[in-house]
Write a protein that binds this ligand. Structure first.
Ligand SMILES: Nc1nc2c(c(=O)[nH]1)N[C@H]1C(S)=C(S)[C@@H](COP(=O)(O)OP(=O)(O)OC[C@H]3O[C@@H](n4cnc5c(=O)[nH]c(N)nc54)[C@H](O)[C@@H]3O)O[C@H]1N2
Ligand SMILES: Nc1nc2c(c(=O)[nH]1)N[C@H]1C(S)=C(S)[C@@H](COP(=O)(O)OP(=O)(O)OC[C@H]3O[C@@H](n4cnc5c(=O)[nH]c(N)nc54)[C@H](O)[C@@H]3O)O[C@H]1N2
Ligand code: SF4
Ligand SMILES: [Mo]
Length: 673
């Protein structure tokens, strides 16, 4: 114990951020008296460069916050009331095990693990959890809430080829920032983008909103949500029909160009302009500039995928550098999620995925309330906050209220979802356990390590899932018994050899130094290493065929397109328990005037699925006809306890079973004072 009046010694410990974020920052964490007092970006990592996002800078407030789960608990009151009774780990796990045994004896597929991106690390997801749920024969979860359409497009066209890293942006002479807002959701791109501009790069932004990057851009196409496909196809039409396609490159490296050309044919600049709501001249200008610029880079984000046309839009955008011949130079080609850049073996998962039913997470509300076939009777939620982040929030909540559903929520804080749990299990945070941090912007990999002891009785995912496996007699010899054995198993599966001293943080990059040039260092991972511009499997999947456009879902009753972009603190719902500014609905003054709504007025936003009560924030930075609310907010942030997800349909994108958050169409009206 330090003497009274004498400050305990302070130490600086380095670790890495494993959150679902492209940047994978290296963190300098200040620890005093066993407590974290400050979290900052490290200078040792040139991408992190000494700064981090506003979210993680406050992460220690979560670690010690009022909402932190400190011990296991069992439900006492009605579902949703948030009343729990403290329990021992033994009692809580015994109860979970008895319910799992029951389900296993009747039909193991009535068990559904529900997880997503709480942690992107390799130890906290797809490890002991996969071992447990595979051996149990539980239903499988299709993790489609994010990146499924862009992922399907990249997989179909390029077999998930690695893409241009942040460090090479400054080489580009033209950068198209397409459906992404790096000012809040990829902050470590920003200095590289600035350097590119300083070097004379022409920057184009395609986004319905005038984001910070859009305001700095040379050209901004404020498209209607869901209309990127016609814009991209109009550029393809220009490339093919006006002699700008790189026929030599296509002949050598691609298949399916004729089919893409055929689908693009109908999309003149004029038609694309009409549908997307931007001037034909702007699209023509982008196309002309793109043809001339070298190196030219397309940064494909996630904003364009969250609608009915998202997969085809992403495919058409990713096809641009192929048709225009923009590969083969540093700073050219495309840049997007690099999540598949590592060939990581997972030898510890000794069995293949069982052929159990696969359930699309966007439909969880539907599965819980209107089961087709076997119901879901045991829901095990971890690394995910479904009430806050899944579409059709009211249906999700209705499902969680089912008395015959047994819900386990394993989390760090009492989330909106944990309120509905039968058993709550406390999880450690990345400051209290080992994990990896895998960048999917920069291609880097680092070790995350505990910088403080576990808070309360919280435990790491690995320990709890292995404990459950043992209690269910599902553990076998050779399973990594604890967190450290797990970490060693992860390290042994890596393509890069590293030392076994787990006290040292390390980072590694693939042989090309993490800065691959497409078609020099990396090639399509398709069987013949060719680009498939018209994968038949994708063509079959899309309701109107690949590159087939589906019109706007708006109606006279619900004409406004509600989009839910990231803000600087709300991207996923992690840390949403900390104080946040009140949520508002952003709307263009024109749309507001038509409804007699002033800035700050209390309003009602609704459609057939639900209603959200917030205040209006009038801003010309959003195109008329489109309104916006941030994603990742919690129920406590609106006046009636529902968020934008109460208005988001559970319909699916054309490819990859992706979410259609931005297909929400709504009406807005003023509320009484
Ligand atoms: N610090 C930090 N950064 C993160 C994360 C984090 O946890 N912390 N999480 C990461 C995750 S999981 C994700 S998915 C990314 C999300 O990062 P982004 O790709 O930036 O995702 P969004 O904010 O959903 O959408 C981006 C932009 O698309 C626009 N948009 C909406 N609809 C359309 C459309 O139809 N067409 C076009 N062209 N644009 C549209 C929106 O206005 C928005 O400005 O951020 C990542 N970045
Ligand atoms: N309306 C709307 N909704 C959206 C989107 C949108 O555009 N619009 N975008 C979506 C996107 S891009 C994404 S990525 C998803 C994000 O959705 P989720 O992946 O569900 O992300 P979070 O909301 O952060 O929830 C993660 C939870 O995991 C917990 N957690 C973190 N680490 C651990 C751990 O080690 N162990 C355990 N047991 N728990 C842990 C955190 O405390 C947190 O509660 O949301 C989607 N939701
Ligand atoms: S969430 Fe992203 S920007 Fe924030 S600290 Fe983690 S890696 Fe860095
Ligand atoms: Mo995401």
């Amino acid at each position: 114990m330090p003497k009274p009046g004498v400050a305990p010694p302070e130490s600086l410990v380095q670790t890495a951020c494993p959150l679902d974020c492209p940047d994978a920052c290296t963190l300098d964490v200040t620890v005093r008296g066993g407590r974290v007092t400050k979290i900052d970006g490290s200078k040792d990592n040139h991408i992190t460069d000494g700064y981090i996002c506003a979210k993680v800078r406050t992460f220690h407030e979560r670690v010690y916050g009022d909402d932190r789960l400190l011990y296991p608990a069992i439900r006492r009151g009605a579902k949703g009331s948030g009343q729990f009774k403290r329990a021992t780990w033994d009692d809580a796990l015994d109860l979970v095990v008895s319910k799992m045994q029951e389900a296993r004896a009747s039909a193991p597929e009535t068990i559904l693990p529900l997880c997503y991106g709480g942690s992107n690390g390799m130890l906290t997801q797809d490890f002991a959890d996969a071992i447990l749920f595979r051996r149990l024969g539980a239903s499988r979860l299709l993790r489609t809430v994010c990146a499924a359409p862009t992922g399907a497009a990249n997989m179909g066209l390029y077999g998930k080829m690695a893409s241009t890293s942040y460090e090479d942006y400054p080489q580009a002479k033209l950068i198209v920032v397409w459906g992404v807002n790096p000012g809040v959701s990829g902050i470590h791109i920003m200095p590289f983008l600035k350097e590119a501009r300083d070097n004379g790069a022409y920057v184009v932004v395609i986004d319905p909103r005038s984001t910070t990057v859009a305001r700095q851009a040379d050209l901004h196409l404020a498209v209607r949500p869901g209309t990127d496909l016609p814009v991209a196809l109009a550029i393809h039409r220009y490339l093919f029909e006006e002699g700008h396609a790189d026929e030599a490159f296509l002949a050598e490296h691609a298949r399916g160009a004729a089919s893409l050309r055929e689908r693009a044919k109908e999309w003149t600049f004029a038609r694309a302009a009409e549908v997307s709501g931007v001037a034909a001249d702007q699209i023509r200008q982008l196309a002309g500039r793109y043809v001339k610029a070298a190196p030219a880079l397309v940064k494909c984000g996630w904003g364009l995928e969250r609608n009915r046309n998202g997969g085809s839009a992403a495919a058409a955008v990713l096809a641009l550098p192929a048709v225009a011949g923009k590969f083969g130079v540093r700073g050219g080609g495309f840049s997007m999620s690099n999540s598949a850049s590592w060939n990581i073996e997972r030898p510890w998962i000794t069995e293949p995925e069982p052929p159990t039913r696969a359930m699309n997470m966007n439909k969880v509300g539907r599965f819980l309330t209107e089961p087709e076939g076997l119901p879901v009777n045991l829901l095990f939620v971890y690394n995910c906050n479904p009430v806050a982040i899944l579409p059709d929030q009211r249906r999700v909540i209705k499902g969680l209220e089912r008395e015959d559903l047994f819900t386990v929520v394993f989390d760090q804080v009492l989330t909106d979802t944990a309120m509905y749990a039968d058993v709550v299990l406390p999880a450690t945070t990345f400051l209290e356990h080992y994990d990896t941090a895998r960048g999917y912007g920069p291609i880097t990999l680092q070790l995350g390590k505990p910088v403080i002891d576990a808070v309360g009785e919280s435990r790491p995912n690995h320990d709890v899932f292995m404990d459950l496996a043992r209690r269910l007699d599902l553990a076998v010899d050779g399973d990594p018994a604890d967190e450290l054995e797990g970490m060693l198993a992860v390290l042994s599966g890596l393509p890069t050899k590293i030392g076994d001293d787990l006290r040292e943080w390390w980072k590694a990059a693939p042989p090309n130094g993490g800065r691959p040039i497409q078609f020099v260092d990396v090639f399509p991972k398709t069987p013949d290493q060719k680009i498939d511009l018209f994968p038949e499997a994708l063509n079959k999947q899309a309701p109107k065929g690949l590159y087939g456009f589906q019109p706007d879902p708006g109606t006279a009753e619900f004409p406004l397109a509600l989009i839910t972009p990231a803000s600087d603190r709300t991207i996923s719902s992690t840390l949403g328990e900390l104080p946040r500014p009140a949520v508002t609905l952003e709307m263009n003054p024109e749309d507001a005037a038509a409804r007699n709504i002033d800035d700050g007025a209390p309003i009602r936003v609704w459609n057939a699925l639900g209603e959200v009560l917030v205040k209006a924030h009038l801003t010309p930075l959003l195109r008329p006809g489109t309104v916006a609310m941030p994603k990742g907010v919690w129920r406590r942030h609106t006046a009636n306890g529902f968020t934008s997800n109460a208005l988001a349909p559970d319909t699916l994108a054309d490819l990859g079973g992706g979410a259609c958050f931005n297909d929400a169409r709504v009406q807005v009206a003023r509320r009484g004072k």
